[in-house]
Unconditional design. Structure first.
Length: 143
């Protein structure tokens, strides 16, 4: 992630490819690899990666959203959890990864809104919190 936000996208992509090879079941690595691949105008491999993942566990709804199999409303509903901390973390992920997808689609205002929600709702120090702050800065927006 440090390479990504330092502008060294090829190094970030290489690191994520290595991480994915070491642990092909890691869904968050697969999501990040998809995000950075698409930023690099490369084909994503998220659909292929799902064959190795447990798609009954979080963040499977986010992955399904990325693959066009769930609506934003359905993925947010899937983030609901009786455990308050788990719910906060999952809603954080929905907001952040939805913002990344909006950014991919060129919807910068929506991306900024969702990154703002991620900054406000994610636990400080989490990857998604730090990345949302960096994305807002890159968009010239503030949390």
């Amino acid at each position: 992630m440090a390479y990504l936000y330092a502008g060294a996208v090829p190094k970030a992509l290489a690191d994520l490819n290595r991480a994915s090879a070491l642990d092909p079941k890691d869904a968050f690595t697969a999501l990040w690899l998809d995000i950075i691949s698409k930023r690099s105008n490369l084909a994503g491999r998220l659909a292929e990666a799902t064959r190795q993942m447990d798609m009954t566990k979080w963040p499977a709804p986010i992955i399904r959203f990325y693959l066009g199999q769930m609506t934003p409303e359905a993925v947010l509903a899937a983030a609901d959890n009786p455990d308050a901390t788990t719910k906060i973390d999952q809603v954080c992920g929905v907001n952040f990864y939805s913002a990344e997808l909006a950014l991919q689609r060129g919807a910068k205002d929506e991306a900024a809104r969702l990154f703002g929600l991620a900054v406000a709702g994610c636990r400080r120090g989490w990857n998604e919190w730090a990345a949302a702050n960096a994305e807002l800065k890159a968009l010239g927006a503030s949390p």
